[in-house]
Design a protein around this ligand. Structure first.
Ligand SMILES: NC(=O)c1ccc[n+]([C@@H]2O[C@H](COP(=O)([O-])OP(=O)(O)OC[C@H]3O[C@@H](n4cnc5c(N)ncnc54)[C@H](O)[C@@H]3O)[C@@H](O)[C@H]2O)c1
Length: 357
């Protein structure tokens, strides 16, 4: 099957290539100006990173930087290790960093590319579903500190993204289902076709080898591309991507970041849907659709009633970091997101009782 090209618009447009067995497109994306390439990858992808190095080595001098897995890779010490590799190999402004892995790897590799010589070319090759539909696109890069996640970073758009669905091989089905939390989010905020495909057959929709899976990935990327193309630095429309995230982030915190992000966002979306229903925006039917689709993906749709005060205090603390009032993305209907600012605490609690277990 052919390669699909989705262009992310904006001041520096770039292409996201989607297909199968398309890593061969990398030399052209890296460009003829580059002489050196650093592939940043986790140990889990060591053999595949080595194969990628081999395949690029006739055109470029290619180095590998193996970094610690998942969130433990998003640390300043790991960035410093990569800077050391780049420095010792004399990487210049025209050389390239490739982020080859999940969202944690592309966040770290992006931060390294953003900061080396004040910014060099970055190519993302995401290997998780969350990486493909979310983290690798949009130019947000970052690392964690002891005080919290993603507190240090930079906006640095990639020069290109290669979404090769074959790289998902080896990822557990649980991991894929969890990432569907974000895919469903795109469905509700912008693209009902995603919801229809999941409802027609959840097993097919979540099978990385199926055409339906490819279609939901392409639709999701299309939405992310359009939104971040309009609002690169998150001052406006990009906020709609936070559907389900206000409560979702609080759940992640309450669960000490042991939950998969998509599971927390699933609860957050049902909560936001209940808020919209209680404020007269959303029908019972659309709220029920949230529950049935997320349940079919084995994602949670409720949370213990007794945890409300913890969640509320985390949301309030989070809010202080971003502005003066609590903000929720809610829906007027499917594909009609809007912002609910500073809702009454009694309303917040009433909505929570609807999702309480
Ligand atoms: N920059 C953004 O806009 C953005 C958006 C969303 C999330 N993120 C970030 O993304 C991160 C989460 O990303 P994630 O869900 O991809 O998690 P992850 O990067 O931690 O990867 C999850 C696990 O899958 C493994 N893995 C990766 N590819 C694999 C493959 N093909 N086969 C087998 N195992 C594989 C990894 O080694 C890791 O253990 C978080 O740090 C989050 O902050 C960033």
């Amino acid at each position: 099957m052919s390669t699909t090209t989705i262009t992310v618009p904006g001041r520096q447009p770039y292409d996201v290539l989607v297909g199968r067995d398309i890593l061969g497109s990398l030399p052209e994306l890296i460009g003829s100006k580059a002489r050196k390439v650093l592939i940043v990858h986790p140990a889990t992808l060591g053999a595949r990173a080595e194969a990628l190095r081999e395949s690029l080595s006739s055109d470029f001098e290619v180095l590998l930087a193996e970094i610690p897995d998942a969130e433990t890779g998003k640390r300043v010490e790991v960035a410093a290790f990569c800077w050391q590799v780049l420095g010792q190999a004399d990487f210049t402004r025209t050389d390239v960093v490739i982020g080859f892995g999940g969202g944690a790897v592309t966040d770290l590799a992006g931060f390294v590319a953003a900061t080396w010589l004040r910014g060099i070319r970055l190519i993302n090759v995401p290997t998780t579903l969350l990486g493909m539909v979310d983290a690798s696109i949009g130019g947000k890069t970052g690392i964690n500190t002891n005080e919290g996640k993603n507190l240090v970073g930079a906006f640095h758009a990639p020069g290109g993204v290669v979404v090769d669905l074959d790289t998902l091989e080896g990822l557990s089905q649980m991991e894929i289902l969890a990432s569907f939390g974000e895919v469903v989010k795109y469905g509700f905020i912008a693209e009902p076709e995603i919801l229809d495909i999941i409802e027609r057959g959840v097993d097919t929709a979540t099978d990385p080898r199926s055409d339906e899976f490819r279609r939901v990935v392409e639709l999701s990327i299309g939405i992310k591309a359009r939104v971040v193309g309009e609002d690169f630095t998150e001052l406006g429309v990009r906020e709609i991507l936070n559907y389900g995230h206000t409560l979702g982030h609080a759940v992640e915190y309450a669960e000490r970041f042991q939950w998969r992000h998509g599971a927390a966002v699933a609860i957050g979306m049902v909560y936001a849907a209940e808020l919209a229903r209680l404020t007269g925006r959303l029908s019972d039917e659309v709220v029920d659709r949230h529950r049935s689709i997320l349940t079919s993906l084995q994602l949670p749709v409720s949370y213990p009633v007794g945890r409300w005060q913890t969640l509320l205090s985390v949301m309030k603390r989070d809010k202080k970091a971003r502005g003066s009032m609590l903000r929720f993305i809610v829906l007027d209907d499917i594909a009609r997101p809007t912002v609910l600012t500073g809702p009454d605490e009694s309303l917040l609690f009433a909505a929570y009782q609807e999702i309480g277990a």
